[in-house]
Design a protein around this ligand. Structure first.
Ligand code: ADP
Ligand code: MG
Length: 424
């Protein structure tokens, strides 16, 4: 939040001089909103407007003072009161909604995205702006996000947020439904081929949309290769095992190689320039950056037709940044939030697939069974819907094993990594 003195420097307002706010379409004379809306200030200095403005001002001074009194005058740096102020403003705005109205446009089509949010009870211009700015431009994004996250990102108050979530959920009919409806939904799940028939079969037909699929394994078991291959394959036509979409690749280890994409594209007789163009790449240099990239990704999904998000690898940064047991709880908490960001994207965009990779760490206290387990422990296990464990076979062969999937039988698949990518 800029200080008043800075505002004075940056804008053309003179502290204390009333101005007409082009944003609120009324005059501001003092108080928080006066400072915050400095950029919208307009001074009507022309002689003919002066009298009218003064008259207006007198009226508005009283209004502003009344408002100031209502919310207390010592409210600088007090987010809650600022919030209350905006909520008061919103109430004044009297939104034109009908609580029971169907969310349909004039031509009878269901309203989507921002248009639907606009029609939620209590959403005026200011709230809408905050929601969109924070990336909540659809009913789904509001309904599936925990209130505290919406609050932090948008600056809206607790009450407003919980009302928004409740009404979004109502409009989307989220709640109990019959298993038949769930089945209808699951029948619509699409799949991306991995390039290996056996691996596809193991996954029930390929990497599924609406879920987070985790591939974990030791170094050089093919996690990054599968990630590259999926970025190419998602672009294929549906009848070829693709989703006719683009991919977003978040690389935390610096192992993304366009050369490999080119080889894989050529293996499929695709124009590699086109294929490269359809992969949006982001290198995450630390865990904060990684979390931020996923938050930013949310706003690109629709616009860029993203059907696949890759995070390779998901835990690495967290693991190296939070060393020692003292910070473990803190680390797990952050990983948890990040994974839930990813899961939420799948809820919001059911035709989006998310693939994450994970390193394994040896677990020295296990003497029987496989001493290797995915980094991140239970948190990652619960964050992913399908988990596959990869290990090396002979030569270019690799073995994938379903470790945890709500609907897949346990089993193994053998595939190869060749020059042209993943194959049988
Ligand atoms: P990780 O599980 O550590 O991410 P990678 O996905 O990077 O492992 O897999 C590395 C393996 O992929 C290499 O050991 C090699 O067997 C195979 N590989 C990488 N590039 C090629 C290539 N151009 N041709 C054939 N195999 C390759
Ligand atoms: Mg790798």
């Amino acid at each position: 939040m800029a200080k008043a003195s800075e505002i004075e420097e940056e804008s053309n307002i003179e502290m204390g001089k009333p101005y007409f706010c082009t944003e609120c379409k009324r005059n501001h004379t003092k108080g928080k909103i006066y400072k915050e809306h400095a950029e919208f200030a307009r001074f009507e200095d022309e002689e003919e407007n002066k009298e009218e403005l003064e008259l207006e001002n007198d009226k508005k001074v009283i209004e502003d003072e009344e408002l100031d009194e209502e919310i207390g005058s010592d409210y600088d740096d007090d987010a809650e009161l600022e919030e209350a102020f905006h909520e008061l403003e919103e109430m004044e705005e009297e939104p034109d909604y009908d609580d029971d109205a169907e969310l349909v446009s004039i031509d009878g089509e269901p309203l989507e995205g921002v248009d639907a949010v606009k029609k939620l009870p209590g959403v005026g211009e200011a709230t809408l702006k905050k929601l969109i700015k924070a990336g909540f431009g659809s009913l789904e994004s509001i309904a599936y996000t925990p209130p505290s996250i919406i609050q932090d990102a948008s600056g809206l108050g607790e009450k407003t947020t919980s009302k928004l979530i409740k009404s979004s959920m109502q409009k989307l009919n989220i709640g109990f439904k019959s298993a038949e409806v769930v089945w209808e939904h699951r029948k619509n799940i699409a799949r991306i081929t991995t390039g290996s028939q056996e691996l596809d079969d193991l996954l029930g037909g390929g990497l599924e949309t609406g879920s987070v699929t985790e591939f974990f394994g030791e170094f050089r078991t093919g996690k990054t290769q599968i990630a590259h291959q999926l970025c190419v394959n998602v672009q294929l036509k549906r009848e070829q095992g693709g989703l006719e979409g683009t991919a977003l690749y978040i690389d935390t280890e610096g192992t993304f190689r366009p050369e490999r994409i080119i080889q894989m594209a050529e293996g499929l007789d695709l124009d590699h320039n086109e294929v490269l163009k359809n992969i949006i790449f982001g290198r995450a240099y630390n865990s904060d950056h990684q979390v931020l990239l996923i938050k930013e990704a949310a706003s690109l999904i629709k616009e860029k037709n993203i059907k696949l998000i890759i995070v390779d690898s998901v835990i690495g940064h967290f693991r190296s940044e939070y060393v020692g047991r003292g910070t473990l709880a803190n680390r797990q908490q952050l990983i948890n939030v990040h994974l839930h960001d990813l899961l939420r994207l799948c809820d919001i965009y059911p035709d989006l697939a998310v693939m994450i990779t994970n390193q394994v760490q040896s677990k020295p206290d296990v003497f029987y069974g496989n001493p290797l387990q995915a980094a991140g422990g239970n948190i990652v296990a619960h964050g992913s819907t399908v988990r596959l464990y990869l290990r090396k076979g002979k030569g270019e062969q690799r073995v994938a094993k379903v470790v945890d999937a709500p609907h897949l039988p346990e089993g193994e698949a053998v595939f190869s990594i060749t020059e042209h990518g993943i194959s049988n």
